[in-house]
Design a protein around this ligand. Structure first.
Ligand code: NAG
Ligand code: NAG
Ligand code: NAG
Ligand code: NAG
Ligand code: NAG
Ligand code: NAG
Length: 685
């Protein structure tokens, strides 16, 4: 008992210690061998070879005191607490001598236990042994202890073994047991094969095999049974396939049972899940079946077409995961209902439906054309501001016109803008037409001037209250006058009348000034009432509202920088509501005057500058007079093919020594000297 306990303890220790690589063979011998062994010995050897091998021990020499049952001295071979042999003696003729027969342990370990008593009188030498690893025949049941190691086929390998199964059976996870291949598992690949257990051998009896084919939604399974099909058919009283059958179930459809010798052939299931059940009972014979299944993608209906657009790509058929785009033709926009979308994509879904319905392509529109101040547009072609509609802008005739073209055309373009041929989308402004009158002035000299008819001098403005004065309208906002007329009014709103020839019995166009700008170099009238020298006697007035141009109120032209300067002998017309025949006139009068050289005009002692010129009438005493100040002296410009006949204001009625005396002439501000100032002032205010 003590011995066994010790073995176990030592064995336990050895298992813990020897993690090292184990030798495939080795030697072991008694203490002091080949000299005689000592007395009172109790020694153990734990021998081990690698896992998967058996350990085999062979004594090459053994000389131990012989005794019945090796009672005195002995060497024991122990495996797994079982004593394989207890040896003593000198040679193989001894009953307990092992000879040279190998001793094979069932496992990869064994222990040697050498025991001696208190004497070794005959000087026995002990033993010497050799051990080695022997490949286990794991397949023969006795050596492993599991009975049998494999349920079907056992294959020995070096240090181990493998189990294999007969056809139609599969090895279980325990790697030993074979079970009948019968349904089970899930067929989730997009194609594959399934056959009855053992096929093409006769199917086993008592089967209930379930095969699930389950692929992802969007795919449809097609079963293709081979022609080699045989399931026992027993029909009784209208019931078929009573005992052996193959059942095919598709969700949402009636299950179908098949038996007999005719292959079901090709079954298109239109489903992504199919369950097969194969049943045999305890009797009869079915030779089985096999099938190959394939899948195809679900098909979506033809998406159709979009008017004024294109559906791409154009496939003969559209399958699950295919997608389409819709693009509209130029000039059309994508609309989903009432909402415009920038792009469109629809995907064929697993249910065979498109995820979004097709959009519409609607013609684009450019919106209402921009209004044009003092002008308007008309549709030349198209309507509702749609793509490629053409509009034409015109300025309100005859009072306004574009700078150089009579009309401009714009087309509704792809970029949804109204653009000109050259893609310009800026509409030029309408400028007032200047220098035109409705009634032409009678030519020739008229004594003392002549009352004007309406529309003859439509640029004439009249300031009636306190300071009588005149001015010339030069645009639909600006008027030109003499500085001395508005001197002192800069901080006031002056009311001017226009469109009249009689200040008493007509309804004038009343216009108010918003700004009065006197030429900076004009010397204003001092506090002492000292009069100005009339140099730079020019001022601009901006009106608070646009002057409504019409037949009787229209601007006069300014001279061009390139125009010839005013010179002696030129004939112009002066107009105003000034003093006539010694009384203040309420009637607009005009008279034709001639330009004289400054030398030939008597200036009545006042200084004269180059910013002035003088004009008058030697013959009939035509002259501007008090109350005419600020009014125009205008000259006709004959039409020359590029321009129509029009009037240009070259002088502003400024001062004169005495009215209508032949020797005295009137002095006028020379407008041509102030063109830059006028242009700048009008642009900056
Ligand atoms: C096969 O399908 C059925 C029905 O959907 C299900 O109950 C069963 O668990 C499935 N078996 C396998 C192995 O997938
Ligand atoms: C079904 O399988 C047979 C044999 O493998 C083959 O010739 C046939 O084309 C298949 N039919 C279909 C629809 O796949
Ligand atoms: C512009 O013309 C349209 C017709 O073309 C007309 O209905 C509209 O009143 C006009 N607008 C102006 C400001 O004249
Ligand atoms: C004149 O009228 C305009 C409005 O048109 C106003 O802004 C301005 O203050 C008024 N007064 C003067 C002195 O211009
Ligand atoms: C000027 O007035 C006088 C009377 O004051 C009148 O006799 C004369 O006809 C008038 N001349 C003109 C040209 O109106
Ligand atoms: C062959 C041989 O050595 N035989 C010997 C075996 O041992 C006995 C004594 O135990 C001898 O008598 C034999 O001669």
């Amino acid at each position: 008992m003590d011995g066994v306990h010790l073995i176990i303890c030592l064995l336990w220790a050895c298992v813990n210690v020897c993690e090292c690589d184990l030798a495939m063979f080795g030697e072991v011998s008694s203490p002091q061998y080949p000299d005689p062994y000592p007395a009172d010995l109790q020694k153990q050897w734990d021998l081990e070879v690698p896992q998967g091998f058996q350990i085999q021990l062979t004594f090459n020499h053994l000389d131990i005191e012989p005794s019945p049952n090796c009672y005195y001295d002995s060497v024991s071979v122990v495996s797994d607490r079982k004593v394989l042999g207890k040896f003593c003696g000198q040679n193989s003729t001894d009953r307990f001598h092992p000879g040279d027969k190998p001793i094979l342990a069932p496992g990869n370990r064994l222990q040697l236990l050498f025991l001696t008593d208190d004497s070794n009188h005959e000087s026995h030498l002990g033993f010497s042994a050799f051990y080695q690893a022997v490949d286990t025949d794991e397949c023969s049941s006795s050596s492993v202890g599991i009975d049998p190691p494999c349920s079907q086929i056992c294959l020995n390998t070096l240090g181990s073994f493998l189990c294999a199964c007969q056809h139609g059976y599969t090895l279980q996870p325990d790697t030993r047991t074979c079970i009948l291949e019968c349904g089970g598992g899930l067929h989730s690949e997009l194609e594959g094969s399934i056959s009855s257990p053992g096929y093409p051998d006769t199917s086993p009896l008592n089967l209930d095999c379930v095969y699930n084919i389950s692929v992802q939604p969007g795919f449809m399974i097609t079963l293709n049974f081979s022609q080699n099909f045989h399931i026992e058919r027993v029909d009784i009283q209208g019931s078929t396939c009573l005992f052996h059958w193959l059942q095919v179930s598709v969700p949402g459809e009636d299950t179908k049972k098949y038996c007999g010798e005719k292959s079901p052939g090709v079954l298109k299931t239109k489903s992504h899940f199919v369950q097969l059940k194969y049943h045999t009972d305890r009797y009869g014979e079915s030779r089985g079946w096999s099938l190959r299944y394939t899948t195809e993608r679900v098909r979506c209906p033809d998406p159709g077409s979009v008017t004024n657009g294109a559906v791409t790509p154009n496939f003969p058929q559209y399958l699950y995961r295919d997608y389409i785009h819709v693009r509209c033709n130029p000039g059309y926009k994508l609309m989903r209902g009432d909402i415009e979308i920038s792009r469109f994509k629809s995907i064929c879904q697993s249910n065979g439906q498109w995820n979004v319905p097709l959009p519409e392509c609607k013609i684009i529109d450019c919106g209402a054309p921009k209004p044009l101040l003092n002008g308007n547009f008309t549709f030349i072609s198209g309507e509702r501001n749609e793509y490629q509609s053409v509009i034409e802008y015109q300025c309100n005739k005859p009072y306004y016109r574009f700078g150089d073209t009579p009309k401009v055309r714009y087309k509704c373009a792809v970029n949804r803008k109204w653009v000109e041929e050259n893609n310009n989308d800026v509409i030029p402004p309408c400028y007032p037409v200047c220098g035109m009158n409705t009634e032409d002035l009678s030519a020739g000299r008229v004594f003392g001037g002549k009352p004007a008819r309406l529309g003859e001098i439509p640029w004439q403005l009249f300031h009636k209250s306190s300071t009588r004065g005149g001015a010339s309208l030069i645009s639909d906002y600006w008027a030109l006058t003499a500085a001395h007329v508005v001197d002192g009014y800069e901080s006031k709103n002056m009311t001017w009348l226009g469109g009249i020839i009689n200040a008493l019995n007509e309804t004038p166009v009343t216009i108010k000034t918003e700004k009065i700008i006197i030429h900076p170099n004009y010397k204003k009238v001092g506090r002492d009432g000292r009069s100005s020298d009339y140099n730079n006697d020019i001022a601009l007035m901006k009106m608070s509202a646009m002057v409504p141009l019409g037949p009787n109120i229209r601007p006069v032209c300014l001279p061009k920088k390139t125009d010839e300067a005013v010179k002696e002998g030129m004939m112009g017309t002066v107009s105003g509501f000034g003093v006539f025949n010694w009384t203040v006139s309420n009637v607009l009068r005009y008279g034709h005057v001639q330009v004289y050289s400054l030398k030939s005009c008597d200036r009545g002692g006042l200084p004269v500058s180059d910013n002035m010129f003088c004009a008058g009438d030697d013959v009939q005493g035509i002259d501007s007079c008090r109350g005419d100040s600020g009014g125009p002296l205008f000259f006709p410009m004959l039409g020359d093919g590029t321009e129509d006949h029009h009037y240009v204001v070259r002088g502003i009625v400024s001062w004169g020594p005495k009215c209508a005396k032949k020797i005295y002439k009137g002095y006028y501000t020379k407008v041509q000297n102030y063109l830059d100032w006028i242009e700048e002032t009008m642009a900056n205010n």
